[in-house]
Write a protein that binds this ligand. Structure first.
Ligand SMILES: C[C@H](O)[C@H](O)CC(=O)C(=O)O
Ligand SMILES: [Mg+2]
Length: 395
């Protein structure tokens, strides 16, 4: 049998400026223009998400070098505190292990951090390490990750676009457009009316059949979300996303009962692990779960979350995360389409989601991506050498 390379070294770097921390954008970007958030109740933090620190973490880059010289890497949100966790805590579970020891490494990373982890930053960090391990395995075996995951079930992915201009997304060939919600409950009846007017304008521009969705980024309460969904009925809103804070499983279950027939409730981009998603699924919180593979525990965990969702007849449409989710979506029947986040400041053109941090990052063309775009070893991308890496800790 061919000998299996071992892991020689794990290195963690940080990077600023867009990329995996995609909220880290400059002034004038649609993603930071009066988007409703749980902080919108404070007028000082209403106009910009950067004002309350949405971009403080920056990007974490995890690099894993194997004994045969292969190097795998991945990027996610986490920055310097995540780099500390990788170098000072998690690296011990990888170095010396075989590059195929992914399941055991995940288990050790999760259970060794349980007393300060479980969700959020620590799981982002574990996700980054896990994705780098899959990239490494793909590079060692010279196979794309989707092949390692059991093979693709479709030859082409289709995408909806998230951004401020669903009307332009339609012209670019996407199958739907998801708008950021701009006004939260603290902006009262006038804000509610403005939200509905915006949806009405978009519906007028895109016609009756194009999917329109709302991303509420955890900003609402049950009463407001219910009234918004009911008001949106006449404009054919396909789904209302992340209406409530992620810990309010009870609120989501109520919201799902309250929305008009046919309108879906979606959530999960800030949920993590099979246990978090089990809550969403068993409590009947939503119609679609939206794990982010860079935040929910990586591909190793997403496989389990997806199987659980399948048994609950629930679709898995991963949140953003570029190639890391494309390779997964290609392999699952219960992931029939994918999200593309429009990172152009005016949401008027397609630019790679993790730009400028990755080279070779594929993008949808006319809302679609051929599987052949994903046929390179690992996740098929490289780090852009023009982006300066910083390694704040070593071990
Ligand atoms: C647009 C949303 O507020 C957020 O920035 C992205 C997101 O939640 C999504 O793509 O879904
Ligand atoms: Mg969202």
């Amino acid at each position: 049998m061919r000998s299996i390379p071992t892991i020689k070294q794990v290195r963690a770097y940080t990077l600023k400026g867009g990329g995996a921390d995609y909220h880290d954008q400059s002034d004038g970007h649609w993603i930071d223009d009066h988007v409703a958030t749980p902080m919108s109740k404070y007028p000082d933090y209403r106009q910009s998400r950067r004002s309350f620190g949405i971009n403080v973490l920056g990007t974490l880059v995890v690099e894993i070098e194997a004994s045969d010289g292969s190097v795998g890497f991945a990027v996610t949100t986490g920055g310097e505190p995540a780099a500390y966790i990788v170098e000072k805590h998690l690296a011990r579970f990888l170095e010396g292990a075989k590059v195929t020891d992914i399941e055991r490494i995940w288990d050790q990373m999760y259970f060794s951090t349980l007393y300060y982890g479980r969700k959020g930053l620590v799981i982002n960090t574990i996700s980054g390490v896990d994705l780098a391990l899959w990239d490494l395995l793909g590079k060692v075996r010279q196979e794309p990750v989707h092949q390692l995951l059991g093979g693709a079930v479709r030859d082409e992915l289709q995408f909806y676009a998230t951004g401020a201009r669903p009307d332009l997304a339609q012209k670019l060939g996407f199958i739907g457009g998801k708008l950021p919600l701009h006004h939260g409950p603290a902006e009262g009846e006038e804000g509610l009316r403005k939200n509905l007017e915006e949806l009405a304008t978009m519906r007028e521009r895109v016609g009756p059949d194009f999917w329109l969705m709302w991303d509420c980024w955890m900003s609402l309460d049950l009463n407001y979300a219910t009234r918004l969904a009911q008001g949106a009925r006449e404009y054919g809103l396909k789904w209302i996303e992340e209406a409530l804070p992620p810990d309010d499983y009870w609120g989501y279950a109520d919201l799902r009962r309250n929305v008009p027939a046919g309108m879906m409730v979606t959530t999960g981009e800030h949920e993590a692990t099979r246990w978090g998603f089990r809550m969403l699924l068993e409590m009947g919180c939503c119609d679609i779960i939206q794990p982010d593979v860079g935040w929910c525990g990586g591909v190793t965990e997403l496989i389990k979350i997806s199987a659980l969702a399948d048994a609950h007849q629930t679709l898995v449409i991963p949140h953003g995360s570029s190639v890391y989710s494309y390779h997964f979506v290609a392999t699952r029947q219960n992931s029939p389409f994918a999200e593309f986040l429009m990172m152009a400041p005016k949401a008027d053109e397609v630019v790679p989601m993790f730009h400028p941090q990755l080279l070779g990052e594929p993008v949808p063309v006319k809302g679609r991506m051929r599987l052949s775009e994903l046929d390179k070893p690992g996740f098929g991308v490289e780090l852009n050498p023009a982006c300066e890496l910083h390694r704040p800790y070593t071990h």
